[in-house]
Design a protein around this ligand. Sequence first.
Ligand SMILES: Nc1ncnc2c1ncn2[C@@H]1O[C@H](COP(=O)(O)OP(=O)(O)OP(=O)(O)O)[C@@H](O)[C@H]1O
Length: 615
Amino acid sequence: MKPSSDSLRSEPHAGSHAGPQAVPRVEKRPALRELRPYLALMREHRGWLGVGALLALITLLAATGLLALSGWFLSATAVAGLSVAATQAFNFFTPAAGVRGLALARTAGRYGERLTTHEGTLRLLASLRRRLFEAIEPLSPAALQHAGQGELMTRLGADVDALDSLYVRVLIPSLVALCAVLAAGTLIGIFAPLLAAVAIIGLTLTGGLVPWLAWWRGSGDAMRHQASASQLRARLLERLHGLGELVIYGRWANELSGLAEQQATRDHIELAQARRQAFANWLSHTLLGLTLAAIALLGVMQMSPSASAVTAGESALDGRLLALFLLAVLGAFEALAPLPLAWQGLGRCLSAASRLNRVQANTPAPQFPVGQSVQTPDGHDLALQQLSVRHGETTVLDSVSLSLASGEHLALLGPSGSGKSTLLDVLSRFHAPASGSITLGGVPLESLEESTLRASFAVCPQDTHLFCASFADNLRLADPTASDATLTALLESLGLGEWLARQPKGLASFPDEGGRSLSGGQLRRFGVARALLSPAPIVLLDEPCEGLDRASAEQVMTAILAACDGRSLIMITHQPLGLERFARLALLEEGHLKEDATPTTLTADSRLARLMARA
Ligand SMILES: Nc1ncnc2c1ncn2[C@@H]1O[C@H](COP(=O)(O)OP(=O)(O)OP(=O)(O)O)[C@@H](O)[C@H]1O
């Protein structure tokens, strides 16, 4: 059947909302309370943010004062110029000095405000990132895998960045705008209360209603944009990871067009956002125009009051003040103008906050005990009792009981998918069992401190990851005290001596990303070397000889058994090679432990015996 799309269909990771190409569906608008933890975080940095807000206010008052004073100065100068006597009596110097002083205060205030609010915000984001790392760090690799690399990258990067606009663009400017409206209203109110009321109503509508509308109407788009950007990033990362397969099967071009479609979806949302923004700008400028017109009209009327008003004791408005009022309103508008755009982005902040909250609420699996509930193992005997493990609804291990005395070597065999690797994951506590128990030295694994657990097991999984560090540093993850001579001898014992000699700087050479410069067999042996280097008393190896030729496999097996002399060893293997050298053999099939024997207790009809015979 022909697929409906030429590009691979993606199953979104947890946290993303839709497949590719579709306009992302967005969950309902997050509640404002999602922002609470981030507002609380502001308290830690209240010094920087408070000074920043104060400087922003000073800047705004200086700017408004500058406009108002300049307006008054110009009109007063014009009026004074009408007669010689008035010109001589007019004091030009004080207002001129005021204008200069306010201009200087505005420039210095703006500089200081940028410096302090950005410093405060960057410190705040640094705290936020640290918290997020602390939330992610205890998650088991399985939980991290479930979250998806791209998704986590988005949360650590874009979502945290999205919150910088909460402080710098929404909260501080809104606070300053409120002060600006009050300041302009108070200034006008001293001379003309009616005009002050008009100014306050007009500015409140401009600075309150328009941003609220921008947020209300634009939050859906903001959230859709964020979801779409997150999906695009996650998909791009995932497809780049599998670039080789896509090229081999000739699907890269299709994938590119799929990505371009998703990009087009994002552009479409951005266009809608730009339209809303243009409308909000138009609305706020129209409201400003209407406010100024109303003040001008009422002001002119008050300059020549009616006879009844004069009788009522109302004095005429000084014409020079009208320019001051209008410019004061214009000055206050400077603080209101950026609010619609900032509030339009509040939806982005909210959805970023709600996604970050979800990451932080993720219960770390597994939990390690602290304080009095910690127990210390007595020796390194390992015992599994009626252990059952599930992956989702599937039972992968079913009532498995197995024991391994300290120093014993066990080879664990079984067909692919029988649950062997899962058993190692459970021993490492990367996955929690559904029922049953595991004890180490008589103590349940859940009662061991994480440091005790990690120090007890050296694990070599099927996939070895090499970090972007020298080969030596990669090995010293397991034993930071190991000398170069020890590392070299270990690599040689695993058949990697020649390979090491070819490296330009020997152990100080760097691998390519993830270890791509090593062959599959070399990488696997490197992982084995890392596990063997660890001083842990129990070694868990998942198919260490897989992909090796017979001679190399024998060499690796000899090195493993020599390095594990006196230590416990569980080695998963598909190969019958060298099984007679193990004290214990076990067979897992479909999650059940089918045989658990020593080479000497095997019967002729045993499957393990037949496997050994093939070696
Ligand atoms: N993270 C996971 N989520 C869901 N199912 C999983 C997960 N990991 C493993 N499984 C399933 O659990 C079963 C056992 O997997 P496991 O990797 O333990 O098998 P295995 O015996 O080590 O196989 P192989 O010899 O091929 O490595 C398989 O059916 C697999 O599909």
